[in-house]
Design a protein around this ligand. Structure first.
Ligand code: GLN
Length: 535
């Protein structure tokens, strides 16, 4: 049977950034997937970095790592969690990648003496990327989110490429534009002018919005809907209200109630089938349950003022709390403050402590103190990547008597480098994309917390690091009680350490948070929350 034609949905944003295009893209993905369509979602980011791997979490939030080892935008995390599907390196495209490829072709002489220009060379490269996901598999629907806001200089080549793309695939494209409809308290009314302007700007580029999703603080009135429909030239049902939601997981249900999927299906000539949203709905009911017990989880990090920097960790904690029928309250603890005021001051009332991944030495001693406090006070501890490094350093210093132990990342003159460079990292001079990245297998030792969580001896988890446990110290630390419960298949790399005389103390070299899904909580987070609940 011939495969059905792929349909393309493009999502652009107007008026201001940070409206949640990623969540709307992911929500539409859920609704279409739960109708039985094969869906994928990709993000086109107009910035010039090749990937967000070298960008500060302060500027760009968390770097999400795919199974195939690509450092991507955090929206890919939302997509994976919502459509419950692994994505890959082709699902995140930046202007940097486009230009890199165009210039590589130019150096190779592929353009046969032509002047290399934005149109057609850059736009052709972008158009190729729109369909690249189809090289891997057939998809009924490809959703493409364009980062930034219409009107940004950087996004122009992307919008022009989409315009050209729809010229060829005329009946197979739908354009969804997300805008802000502000409410002016002084005049007591919603303002549609910013939306009108941004839709007009899109039209000038040659793209006609088929659906307008209006972000607003309060529900927009029918009158506002009709006004937007009239001035933006769309049917009133194609004006979709998207009010601030108590949780991002409410958004697919809100979009379903607004019939977003029906409108999009109609535009694309797809049959609208009933949505199978029961599992999703019961997850949302669970997270909003009023009387579920609270568990206080401290996250000790250095970007705690910006929770987006630890987005997947926070999501994984919430998924795991739902699985344990409880509700997590996150206590954000700045590691440098722990150095100043001591761990007790911040961690005394925590039911569980997480030290997430990180780079650089700011706050490192505070993180080591947090791990020590959890170990000594028998508070469940979960270390993620750098969180494993600090747990090992604390154990070496305070249990095994190696007082000056450290990671060579923070002190390359330490006599006891318990954490050291991975073998292939020492000689690297490039920063971008050179870490140990993506999914790697791990062998699980029986009768451990690790085995209890996964109930299997072979697992695969995602990595993003340059440093690892230094095997020279393995014997000594083992003799002092540290359990090495997870190793690489050849046994050369330590992937997980844990303690026995403790309610739950486990630290891993990988990032389990990237694989947690709303109603399939990650087994380690699930057990960590379970132990914290008992604490
Ligand atoms: N900075 C450490 C390393 O490079 C830890 C990285 C992380 O936590 N992701 O190994």
């Amino acid at each position: 049977m011939p495969k059905k034609k792929t349909k393309y949905i493009f999502i652009t944003g107007g008026v201001v950034s940070s409206l949640g295009k990623g969540i709307v893209a992911a929500s539409l993905g859920v609704l279409l997937k739960n109708q039985g369509y094969k869906v994928t979602i990709q993000k086109f980011d107009p910035y010039l970095n090749l990937d967000p791997g070298t960008m500060s979490p302060f500027q760009h939030g968390e770097v999400f790592v795919t199974e195939d080892g690509c450092e991507t935008d955090l929206d890919l995390g939302h997509y994976e969690r919502f459509i419950d599907q692994n994505l890959s390196r082709v699902n995140n495209v930046t202007s940097g990648m486009i230009y890199w490829d165009v210039l590589t072709k130019e150096r190779r002489g592929d353009y046969l003496g032509h002047t290399v220009q934005i149109i057609p060379h850059v736009t052709n490269e972008i158009k190729d990327r729109i369909t690249k996901v189809l090289d891997q598999d057939h998809f009924d629907v490809v959703i493409t989110e364009i980062g930034g806001t219409v009107g940004d200089i950087e996004s122009l080549p992307f919008l022009e490429a989409i315009r050209q793309f729809q010229y060829i695939h005329r009946d197979d494209c739908a354009h969804l534009h997300l805008t802000l409809v502000p409410f002016l308290k002084t005049s007591g009314e919603f303002k549609t002018k910013p939306t009108q302007h941004s839709v007009k700007e899109l039209r000038e580029i040659g793209i006609h919005a088929d659906v307008i999703v209006c972000r607003s603080e309060a529900p927009i009135t029918l009158e506002v809907r009709h006004k937007i429909a009239l001035f933006c030239d769309v049917a009133p049902e194609a004006v979709v209200a998207c009010v601030d939601a108590p949780s991002i997981y409410d958004v697919p249900l809100m979009m379903e109630a607004e019939k977003l999927d029906q409108t999009v299906c109609k535009k694309l000539g797809l049959t609208h089938r009933p949505n199978q949203m029961e599992e999703w709905r019961s997850y949302v009911e669970m997270i909003h349950k009023k009387d579920s017990p609270e568990v206080k989880i401290a996250i000790v990090g250095k970007y705690t003022s910006l929770s987006d920097s630890y987005l997947s960790v926070v999501e994984a904690i919430h998924h795991a709390s739902a699985a344990n029928q409880c509700h997590a309250k996150i206590l954000w603890v700045e590691a440098e403050e722990v150095e100043r005021h001591g761990a007790k001051h911040f961690l005394e009332y925590a039911d569980g402590i997480v030290v997430p991944g990180g780079f650089g030495d700011r706050g490192i001693e505070g993180k080591i103190l947090a791990s020590k406090y959890a170990r000594e006070h028998k508070i469940p501890y979960f270390g993620l990547c750098l969180g494993m490094h600090v747990a090992v350093i604390d154990f070496a210093r305070h249990v095994a008597g190696l007082e000056a132990a450290h990671s060579s990342e923070f002190n390359d003159g330490t006599p006891y480098p318990v954490i050291d460079f991975l073998p292939d990292q020492r000689t690297l001079s490039q920063k971008g994309g050179t870490m140990r990245l993506g999914g790697y297998p791990c062998k699980v030792k029986k009768d451990t917390l690790l085995f209890a969580a996964y109930n299997t001896t072979k697992i695969q988890e995602r990595h993003r690091h340059r440093y690892e446990f230094n095997n020279e110290f393995k014997q000594l630390l083992e003799a002092n009680g540290l359990v090495f419960s997870g190793l690489s298949p050849e046994g050369t790399l330590v992937e997980v350490v844990e303690l026995t005389d403790h309610p739950w103390f486990l630290a891993c070299q990988f990032h389990p948070e990237f694989k947690s899904r709303p109603y399939r909580a990650h087994p380690l987070f699930r057990d960590f929350i379970k132990a914290s609940l008992k604490a």
